[in-house]
Design a protein around this ligand. Structure first.
Ligand SMILES: Nc1nc2c(ncn2[C@@H]2O[C@H](COP(=O)(O)OP(=O)(O)OP(=O)(O)O)[C@@H](O)[C@H]2O)c(=O)[nH]1
Ligand SMILES: [K+]
Ligand SMILES: [Mg+2]
Length: 522
């Protein structure tokens, strides 16, 4: 949190950042014009608390609380005595930072008070600020909303900031930071520029075609005007799909085609970023008594499930969020798969199979000392074989086969069956093989969630996917349209989707949903 604030302060000090779709209108911060204040660090007793203000009266408030005529030097930490303006009573000796707009986080005049973190100090300073005319407490997310309204952050960066505040694992933090740094936004801006260029070509051609200087005979074929507009190109020489390749400059057309390919690749990747943001589904399955619940407890480091020598102990699906090798995971323990049991256990098995279908990664577990049993053979022939038979694609499930209870294998005796698919040996009892399993999980999860530190920025929300799909669909219409005006319209729709991705498209509901994720003071 603390480091985050310094980063934000440093970012603000670097001044306004360049991004083509930064928003400067259309999203007025609620009640903008007022100066807002809030505690921006966490609640409760702490070493240092940060209180900040944003708005035109920030400088005035700073002068009043420090009882000084002059403001401290901009963007430098200065030690000042803060006093209550009503009673003159000293409140705290604090570091104050003055960020005159527009070079601040919100783009407005801002002040940060770094005070001692006791509740009495914090409430004293908040009350003192509340007594300054023109100041009022901030609403949730209001600082960020003002930054957005003033073009300091685009919408994908706002989402990145929300994700960064909520990031619980290392991979989530990396992904959020990349988004906050504007990578997705930059990519969309570049794409939007490509479309603007293509649109300019088509529009220029529409105007050119309407130019009276063109000879009628050149423009018309057999008495009818092709696609309702005059053209210099004979339709016979045009293969239908590359119609506009002839109109656009070859580079502009190639760029539109490359854009289509890039959009397709990003969309194929779409679920990965979302999994990283909300957690990958990892489901532990296997025959009864393989040690599934023992593994869930081991991985989550807490007694989530009951472990007992009695087969059929777990009935309901038990779900627990865990950080596995830096990736956020929703780990599910399930009932052992077997047929011909009582009603309650049958329902457990049905729920287990249902959960298995939703898994991104299956941890298939067998008792290494019991591989010849009918339940083990059946499990290998059904669950393991069917997942192994899937062709590798983004939508297919991944599976790790784990042979538990390796401690029961005789050190001299023959190892597990030679015909088994690739597997890992583990003992939940002794912990042997756990490091190898964690390393294998890290690799699998990197494949399921994508590696947030490399490659192209991931789409972290369904909203991103929706707009990229919309853009791709519009490009499909563009390619197939036989009319210049329709082609231009399709390009405009495609570009509109990209603008909405970074700019929100002005709909207040979307903004409300996004800013709802923020706390007061952010
Ligand atoms: N020797 C040995 N015993 C183990 C190991 N892991 C689990 N067990 C024991 O195996 C029995 C079953 O363990 P559970 O974790 O309840 O197995 P489960 O697969 O969840 O069982 P169900 O929920 O009934 O399907 C318990 O008595 C565990 O103590 C292991 O690595 N070695
Ligand atoms: K059991
Ligand atoms: Mg169990």
């Amino acid at each position: 949190m603390w480091r985050g604030l310094w980063t934000l302060a440093a970012q603000a000090a670097r001044g306004p950042r360049r991004l083509c779709t930064r928003r400067s209108s259309g999203a007025p911060a609620p009640g903008s014009g007022a100066t807002i204040f809030a505690l921006s660090s966490g609640q409760g007793r702490c070493g240092i608390a940060v209180i900040r203000t944003s708005g035109p009266s920030s400088g005035h408030a700073l002068r009043i609380l420090t009882a000084a005529r002059d403001l401290p030097p901009a963007r430098h930490a200065s030690l000042r005595l803060l006093s209550d303006p009503r009673s003159g009573e000293p409140l705290d000796r604090a570091l104050v930072l003055w960020f005159p707009g527009p070079r601040s986080f919100t783009g407005e005049d801002c002040v940060e008070f770094h005070v001692h973190g006791g509740p009495a100090v914090v409430s004293g300073v908040l009350q003192a600020l509340g007594s300054v005319p023109g100041l009022r407490p901030a609403e949730a997310g209001e600082f960020t909303r003002r930054a957005f309204a003033n073009g300091k952050l685009n919408l994908t960066e706002v989402e990145g900031l929300a994700d960064l505040i909520h990031a619980e694992t290392e991979a989530q933090r990396r992904q959020a930071l990349r988004q906050l740094d504007g990578e997705l936004g930059h990519l969309c801006c570049g794409w939007a520029e490509t479309l603007t260029k293509a649109l300019a070509h088509v529009e220029a051609y529409i105007d050119f075609g309407e130019d009276d200087n063109l000879e009628e005979g050149v423009l018309e074929q057999g008495g009818s005007t092709w696609w309702g507009r005059k053209t210099l190109i004979s339709p016979q020489r045009l293969p239908s799909l590359s119609l506009f390749a002839c109109l656009l400059s070859p580079t502009a057309d190639m760029e539109v085609r490359a854009l289509e390919v890039a959009l397709g690749a990003h969309l194929r990747d779409a679920r990965r970023g979302q999994r990283l943001r909300s957690g990958a589904h990892v489901v532990v399955t296997g025959p009864p008594n393989a040690g599934k619940s023992s593994l869930v407890n081991l991985l989550s480091r807490k007694p989530v499930s009951i472990v007992s020598p009695e087969p059929g102990t777990t009935r309901d699906v038990l779900e627990t969020p865990v950080d596995l090798a830096g990736f956020p995971v929703l780990l599910s323990d399930t009932a052992g798969l077997r047929e011909g049991v009582g009603l309650v256990e049958q329902e457990g098995v049905r729920r287990a199979r249902e959960r298995l279908e939703q898994a991104d990664l299956i941890l298939a577990m067998l008792d290494a000392s019991d591989l010849a049993s009918p339940s083990s053979c059946n499990f290998l022939a059904t669950v393991v074989a069917s997942v192994g038979a899937q062709s590798p694609s983004d939508s297919s499930q991944r599976l790790l086969l784990v042979l538990n209870k390796s401690d029961l294998l005789s050190p001299k005796g023959p190892g597990p069956r030679p015909d088994l698919p690739p597997h890992l040996l583990l003992s939940c009892l002794t912990g042997e093989g756990l490091d190898g399993l964690l390393e294998a999980l890290r690799k699998e999860l990197a494949a399921v969630c994508g590696d947030p530190s490399t490659g192209s920025p991931l789409l972290t929300r369904a909203r991103h996917q929706h707009h990229l799909q919309g853009c791709l669909d519009a490009l499909g219409h563009y390619k197939q349209s036989k009319d210049l005006a329709l082609a231009a319209e399709a390009l405009r729709v495609a570009r509109g989707h990209l603008t909405q991705l970074t700019g929100g498209g002005g709909t207040e509901e979307i903004l409300d949903i996004i800013f709802r994720d923020f706390c007061v003071g952010k």
